[in-house]
Design a protein around this ligand. Structure first.
Ligand SMILES: Nc1ncnc2c1ncn2[C@@H]1O[C@H](COP(=O)(O)OP(=O)(O)OP(=O)(O)O)[C@@H](O)[C@H]1O
Ligand SMILES: [Mg+2]
Length: 205
């Protein structure tokens, strides 16, 4: 059975850095897989991403648009892939809505749970890698990245430490509620050490 794997964690935790290596390792085992991301993953989802990452809006509007993009992502990309036997790795998924819109912005968890049931029915990732990191370390990495690439911070990345601490705690609460699905990566460690912990996980999926 094709698997659905998600990468989660606050901005700057190192998800994107390690995702491609993880995907390539699975491909080398002959697994057919696609890599996608949220918000985004479809032409409509990418348009919504632009709005979500740059336009100020009410917290519940943000939650609804995230789930609207996700509905499209599931219909156009994720479900068809899993049905034809292609594995899917997504850079963020629903746990991010619980962390950012729930923890960060204070949207009531029951409302997010309703949206989750509506949009996903019984589909959940088989495995979620949570890149957990002290907020200050993630922030330092983002700042360094801006200096290197000259790419400005988006709406979420510009939030204060207090926001990111709430996001981090909401992620950890989701992990505690679903221990069988989550693997927690200690993402403050060096790239080599992070890779070593991913190596252990990739051999067991
Ligand atoms: N283990 C690590 N140690 C030091 N720096 C790292 C480590 N992992 C990633 N970085 C650097 O930190 C920055 C952020 O990493 P990355 O873009 O992978 O984070 P992300 O979790 O994908 O963030 P976002 O949610 O904003 O996309 C990058 O410049 C990356 O090179
Ligand atoms: Mg990233």
């Amino acid at each position: 059975m094709a698997k659905f794997i998600t990468f989660e964690g606050v901005d700057g935790a190192g998800k994107s850095t390690h995702l491609n290596w993880f995907a390539d390792t699975l491909r080398a085992r002959g697994i057919d897989l696609l890599v996608t991301r949220e918000p985004g993953g479809t032409p409509l989802g990418e348009k919504l991403r632009e709005i979500l990452l740059h336009e100020p809006m009410h917290a519940e509007t943000e939650a609804l648009l995230m789930f609207a993009a996700r509905r499209e992502h599931l219909a156009q990309v994720i479900k068809p892939a899993l049905e034809r036997g292609t594995w899917v790795i997504s850079d963020r998924f629903t746990d991010a809505s619980f962390a950012y819109q729930g923890g960060g912005r204070g949207v009531v968890v029951e409302k997010l749970e309703q949206l989750e049931r509506w949009v996903q029915e019984d589909l959940q990732p088989d495995l979620t890698l949570l890149f957990d990191i002290p907020v200050e370390v993630a922030r330092e990495r983002l700042t360094k990245n801006v200096a290197l690439t000259n790419v400005a911070l988006d709406k979420f990345e510009q939030e204060k430490s207090d926001f990111f601490n709430k996001v981090r705690n909401a992620y950890l609460a989701r992990a505690q509620k679903n221990p069988a699905r989550f693997a927690i990566i200690h993402a403050e460690k060096s790239p080599g050490e992070v890779k070593a912990s991913l190596e252990k996980i990739v051999t067991s999926v």
